[in-house]
Design a protein around this ligand. Structure first.
Ligand SMILES: Cc1cc2nc3c(=O)[nH]c(=O)nc-3n(C[C@H](O)[C@H](O)[C@H](O)COP(=O)(O)O)c2cc1C
Length: 202
């Protein structure tokens, strides 16, 4: 299918193909990114890799440079990893523990001891920091799956996360133990809306 997307460089319309797989012109780190549900349980991330992933998050943009993020990082085999695993949902406990790294992603939601927002963009900014980390993982030959399937309150209690911080999501980062499989019939987990749908108004 061909869709018209405004070409702001020329003021004309450029024809772009809406595709089922990512456009070949995308940067390879974006084109080849996917969220595995199966990781190599032998692979361990080095300390340098882990630091680099956090460094990628550190350099994400944020509203007013508020940097409203923090991470609880568990490396498979360490105590933090074991404490994170305890709070996985049944679904994520099937695949997430085998990733070399399990990370809880925290957003700074409120000013301490108040109900004032610390930043109205804290979850938005956390998402960007995690996206940066995800692409850095890809550049290291690793892959990440972000997920919500865990007990947020249980995890917050486990690590004594104060009320003004929110445990938002988790990320499993590791070496995928398979190439992305062709989606099974009826599996829409990697479908994308057509490009034209992204323009407002439709
Ligand atoms: C905020 C967020 C929450 C997610 N929660 C889950 C989850 O609980 N379980 C899961 O298997 N995948 C989860 N995912 C992964 C998405 O299902 C996945 O990114 C989506 O299907 C697109 O596939 P792709 O990342 O391979 O392109 C989540 C992703 C995000 C960004």
């Amino acid at each position: 299918m061909l869709v018209a997307v405004p070409d702001h460089s020329s003021g004309n319309s450029a024809e772009t193909r809406a595709q089922d797989s990512a456009d070949d012109r995308l940067h390879p780190l974006l084109r080849t990114r996917w969220s595995p549900m199966s990781f190599d349980a032998e692979h361990r991330s080095t300390r340098q890799e882990t630091e680099l992933l956090l460094e990628a998050a550190r350099w994400a943009p944020s509203a007013g440079n508020s940097q409203p993020w923090a991470f609880i990082v568990g490396c498979r085999g360490d105590d933090t990893h074991q404490r994170l695993v305890k709070h996985l949902a049944r679904s994520s406990s099937r695949w997430a523990p085998s990733a070399g790294l399990l990370i809880a992603n925290l957003a700074h939601r409120y000013v301490e001891d108040t109900d004032w927002e610390y930043s109205e963009f804290s979850q938005y900014d956390l998402g960007q920091a995690v996206a940066h980390m995800t692409i850095q993982a890809q550049a290291l030959g690793l892959a990440a799956r972000q997920f919500r399937a865990f007990d947020r309150d249980g995890l917050a209690a486990e690590f004594a996360v104060p009320d003004h911080w929110e445990v938002t999501t988790m990320t499993a980062i590791g070496k995928p133990d398979a190439a992305p499989a062709a989606p099974a019939v009826g599996d829409s987990s990697r479908d994308r809306r057509p490009l034209l749908d992204l323009l407002w108004p439709h």
